[in-house]
Design a protein around this ligand. Structure first.
Ligand SMILES: Nc1ncnc2c1ncn2[C@@H]1O[C@H](COP(=O)(O)OP(=O)(O)OP(=O)(O)O)[C@@H](O)[C@H]1O
Ligand SMILES: [Mg+2]
Length: 101
C-alpha cells in the first residue's frame, strides 16, 4: 500500500520552477531517505505534502488522499518533526509546551 505518493509534482514560484515533475512512492513499512543539495526542493516538496503549499501541477497524495484538499483529514494521522523551528524567543521550553497543550 502506498502511504505517500507524488506524480509529476511541479511547483512554480512565479516563473521559477522549484519542483519539476517529482515522482516519489513510499509504501507501508518503508523508511525513505529524502536527500539532496541545498535548493534542490526538499522543503518545498514537504510543504506541498503537508498541505502548506498548493502544487502548480501534478499529484501529491498521503494515505491515498489529496495533500491539499484533504489536509485536515490527513493531519489527524500525520506527525511532522521539522529540522529547524522558529518558536518565540521570549518563552522558555516549558512555556512553549504549556502553550501547545
Ligand atoms: N517561497 C518561495 N519563493 C520563491 N522561491 C522559493 C520559495 N521557496 C523556495 N524557493 C526556491 O525554490 C528552490 C527550492 O527550495 P527548497 O527550500 O525547497 O530547497 P531545499 O532542498 O529544502 O534546500 P535546503 O537544503 O537548503 O533546505 C530554491 O531555489 C529556493 O530558493
Ligand atoms: Mg530545506
Amino acid at each position: 500500500m502506498s502511504v505517500l505518493r507524488t506524480k509529476q509534482l511541479t511547483k512554480k514560484f512565479g516563473d521559477f520552477k522549484a519542483l519539476d515533475g517529482v515522482n516519489i512512492e513510499v509504501n507501508k513499512g518503508e523508511v525513505y531517505g529524502f536527500i539532496g543539495p541545498n535548493g534542490a526542493g526538499k522543503s518545498t516538496t514537504i510543504r506541498v505534502l503537508l498541505g502548506m503549499l498548493k502544487a502548480t501541477e501534478g499529484e501529491a497524495e498521503i494515505f491515498g488522499m489529496d495533500a491539499w484538499k484533504d489536509a485536515v483529514e490527513i493531519h489527524k494521522r500525520l506527525a511532522y518533526v521539522p529540522g529547524d523551528v522558529n518558536l518565540w524567543p521570549n518563552l522558555t521550553g516549558g512555556e512553549v509546551i504549556d502553550l501547545f497543550v
